[in-house]
Structures are given as structure tokens and as C-alpha cells.
Design a binder for this molecule. Sequence first.
Ligand code: ARG
Length: 567
Amino acid sequence: MDYKRVIAQAIDIEGVSKEEIYATISVPPKRENGEYCLPCFKFSKALRLSPVAIADKLKAQIVLPPVVRSVESVAGYLNFKLDRACLAKDTLCALTQKGETFPPHNQNGKTVCLDYSSVNIAKPFHIGHLLTTAIGGSLYRIFNYLGYKAVGINHLGDWGTQFGKLVSAYKRWGNDNDIRTRGVAALSELYVRFHTEAETDPALDEEGRYYFKKIEEGDEDAVRIFEWFKKITLEEVQKIYDRLGITFDSYAGESFYNDKMQPIIDELTQKGLLSESEGAKVVNLESDGMPPCLILKKDGATLYATRDLAAAVYRHKTYDFSKCLYIVAYQQNLHFKQVFKVLEKMGKPWANDCVHVPFGMVSLEGGASLSTRKGNVVLLKDVLDTAVDKAEKIICEKNPALENKSAVAEAVGVGAIVFSALNTSRIKDMVFSYDKALSFEGETAPYLQYTHARCASILQKGGFSSPERALPSVDWNQLTDDATTDVVTLLGRYDDVVADAAQKYEPCLIARYLLDLAQSFNRFYIDHRVITEDACATNARLLLTACVKATLKNGLRLLLIDAPEKM
Ligand code: ARG
């Protein structure tokens, strides 16, 4: 039930549309002011009346719809109190219909492309990749839930001279067995060694270029080696993706666009957008206040931006997206601004639908270095493993009798890491601490998972079988006190919050919402015993508990986090 709609329908303001009234209605910060309010400041100018006078006037005129219990005019606000029994009934009935796994909204016919994780071949998957992977993977689930067709794209970094260098290093010092057993670690060591030795032996760089040319020309041997490195890298990251519940619909990376760049270069030339600069070909962006966008190097080689132009055109042609999101660190702000600007200059009407979704940096408490050149990176796998180990210790202490402790520890440990990545607004830099992330009391995944498991145990103790069974006999007047109404109101906001998170590309809005919900449920639980001698109250409160449990579980799912039944 959309109460805002019902309230907007009951309010008439001359010269103001229902839509605008609807959009103005919000939730009062203080509960004593009711469930919804209409700030009247906005209409002052049009009506030439003070907000207080407007609110007074509207209060006098309004005919209250049945779900609204009362309306007050307070300091320029019109405050609405709902009939709480009605509110509880509508909200819990609607939630019950969604079942345990909330079904996605009806397909809206729109496609959203999401470019996330986008790993680099033969480079370690380090903690710096956590944010793009978690934010992208979460947005992917969020858009799917809202009825979009989400297309997850791993735009692999699998092109460039560095791969010639890697092949050269492999030819010189590579050991197949070592590469087979240690995978990317061995490859990135080869790469590091190449750089160190190239400092004293300039012939190496030449050799690197030679092998890259071989790859470009499709030389069988060079390509076979390169493909092997690619396979090794992808197998390794796949293990992480499986743990995080991340999926992709396409792995079309940079090399995929090799044969798709010439048409772009032709189009740029034909539209008179290419100019020469020190032998290179660029699109001048001076009038847009940006440095030129490099399209071709002096030697005719293409660049990262050239491939992104080809990729955007390809994605639009293939998926006809309504949005194409790039979940990439803010260090690439300029790159994406340039690429989108060039698309605009090429006259692509959809250039505006390409959106860079930037995020800040992650570092570990204690300041461990994240640099790849020297090879001393913090691997995401190690971070996950450490968190899972710590989680297992905590679980053994708190609940030694728990079955499948290691599966629960995996959910809690990995969940803790993912949640800490998703719980701050994207753009903030984040300093990560194991202890904070794993705390059962703070603003953490374990706290949410624990609240979910608590709900499960209450339902089990109360012999709750299913919401459908409970519904017919619920006395809604049992669910009208303050603490309960807080929970009910939050439950009713789930879909709004998810939609808001999608619109702002901020999964953290869901994270905060779930924390609010868990906190308000835990306050409710302090105020009320759920299971009492009063069967009528018990029945109603069990249903509420079941709805909280389902909402926590589904919300956590959108954040890539599992919620075990027992902890
Ligand atoms: N592989 C790149 C990096 O690690 C990120 C690619 C992002 N996606 C894109 N279409 N440019 O920096």
C-alpha cells in the first residue's frame, strides 16, 4: 500500500500537481510527529502564504482517508498519523505475499549494463578490487530485483604491451610447474622480475615489444601462452567470485575490441574529430576543459580509451542499454569524462546514459601497502581467509554446539568483509579493520546475520509454521504500540529503499536500512516477549518476526551476503 499516494490524493493545492505533492511528502524525523508529513515551505511562493498558514488551511480542508487516523498542522508541516492496525495489516499482508524469497518486480523492459570487477590478466586480485566487485555485484542484484535486465560485464584487462613483456619473461625464466601450482603469484613475479632486469638490460623492452607484436599478429605460440595465462587468472578469480556470489554475463575484455576499433577511428576521422599531436592522434577536448583524449599512439597502437569507445558502441548495439554503468575507482574520473565526451561529440544520443560510478580507496588498518609493482600486495583471498578464520574462532567461543561451523564461519567472515565494503557511501575512502568488521554488536554483517538467526530461533521456539497459516487469526491491534510500529514502518519501506539505492547507485542505503531494521527489531524485542501466554499477542508478534527475518534475508542477499539460520 502506497500511503504517500493515498495522502497525496487527499490533498488539494491550487496550481500544484498531485505528483509534486506526492514527491514532497516525507517521513518526519521524530516519531511523535506521525508516520508521514508534508512540509509546506515549498508552496509558499506560489500561494503567497506562509507555510504555517498553508498547513492550517490544508488541515481545515482535508477529508481524511480511512487509513489516516489524524492530521496536525505544526510549524508549517502537515503531520499525518496513520491507523496503526491498518498499517500493520497492509504491510505484513503485502510482505507475506512475497514469500521467503522476494520475487523480482515485473520486467520493465529496460537493460542496465554494469562493468565491474574488470580484472587484469596475470595481476593479483588484491583488496583494491573489493569495492568494484562488491558494489558492482550488489547493483547487479538490485537492478535485477527491480525488474531491469542487468548485464554484468567483466571488461578484462587483457591487452597491452605488458603481455608481450610477460611472454618474454616466461620464455626466459618461466617454469611451467611453478606456474601451474602457484598461478598468478608466479606470473606476477615473472612480471616484476622483467621490470627489475629491464632496468639494466634495455634489450628486454625490445623483446617485450616483439612478443606483443606476435600476440597481435596471432602468432600461434605467443597466443597459446597468453591464453594460458588468461585461463590461469580467470580460474583463480572465479574462486573468489564463487565465494562472493558474483556472476557475469560477459567476459568481453579489452582484447575483444581489437577488430572493433577501426570503425571507431574511421568515424572519428570522418566526423573531423581527430587531430594530430606530436605524431599521436587525439580528440581535442580543450573547449570542454579537459586534456585531449588519446586515440592512437605515434606507432599506430590503440589505447585504453580507444577500446572503451569501441566497447561502449558495441554494448549499445548489443544490449540497447538504458544505462551503462562503469563501477571503477575515482582515479579514472578523467578517463571516463573524456570517453563520454568523445561519444557525445560523435553524436551518440545515448552518451548521457553512460555513467561512471566511482568509489574511494580501501586500505587496511595499520597501513599495509597496496602497490602491485613491487608485488607486496594484500590479496583479497588472504583477507577473506583471515576473516573466516577469525569468524570461526568467535563462533566456537559463542556457540560451541553449532553444526556446520565452517559453513557458518564462511558466511560470517566473507559477509563481514563485503558488508564493510558496502556500508559506507561509495566515494569515501575506507580503512578496513577485521575487529570492527567482525563485531557482533557494531554496524556489521554479523550483527545483521545474528539478528536474522535470532528471528529464526524465536520462530522455531514459537512453533511458527508459515505466515499464511498465521494470517487469518492475527489481531492487528496487537501491533500498534510505538516499538512495534517502528518495525512495521521500516518493513513497509523496503522497496522504496532498494529503488533509491538503484537510483543513486549506492548499495549502502540498503546496508543502513537493514541496520535500522535490525536495531528497531531488537528494541521491540526488549520491550516485548514474543512468546507469551497470550496466544493472540504471540501469533501477531511471531508474524512480525517472520517478516523481519524475510526482509533481513532478502536485503542481505542484495548485498551479496548469506544469512544462516543458526549462528
Ligand atoms: N582493468 C581496469 C583497471 O584495473 C578497469 C577497467 C574498467 N572498465 C572499463 N571499461 N574501463 O584499472
